[in-house]
Design a binder for this molecule. Structure first.
Ligand code: DQA
Length: 139
């Protein structure tokens, strides 16, 4: 099984960035844990701070992968292009947010991604990515 994980802007700073909200762990470290938890899954991990690169990656992995887990970060709330890319591709997508976006500023309540995804997970920290993988494994 092939699963792509795609993270948007500023998530390269996980572990250093607003640690009260996003925690102390870098995503690279978390990826190692995830790979150990699911040794039979082939993961690819892509992070970019640039909207068009996220669209390119969705198009690249969107036809032959079994699942995509995306945290578009701030682009969730602004990017029609990322929403359109998810609607265009064939691979099912799960949206993940580390924080509970509905318990924060109002602008974070809008997602251009939720309506195009099979489901969304928010507020469960990095564990949200693991739960998304489990959904793909069991479906
Ligand atoms: C985030 C929530 C977004 O509102 C924010 O812009 C992020 C991270 C999260 O994982 O909680 O950068 O996607």
């Amino acid at each position: 099984m092939k699963i792509a994980i795609i993270n948007g802007p500023n998530l390269n700073l996980l572990g250093k960035r607003e640690t009260d909200i996003y925690g102390n762990q870098s995503f690279e470290t978390y990826m190692q844990t995830l790979q150990q938890m699911f040794p039979d899954i082939s993961f690819t991990y892509f992070q970019s701070n640039i909207e068009g690169e996220l669209v390119n990656e969705l198009q690249r992995v969107g036809y032959e992968f079994d699942g995509i887990i995306i945290n578009p970060a701030a682009y969730t709330h602004t990017s029609v292009a990322i929403g359109d890319a998810i609607a265009a591709i064939k691979t099912p997508v799960i949206e993940v947010h580390i924080s509970n976006v509905h318990a924060r500023e109002d602008f974070r309540k809008l997602s251009h991604v939720s309506g195009k995804s099979v489901g969304s997970i928010f507020g469960l920290g990095l564990k949200g990515y693991e739960l998304a993988v489990r959904w793909f494994v069991s479906n």
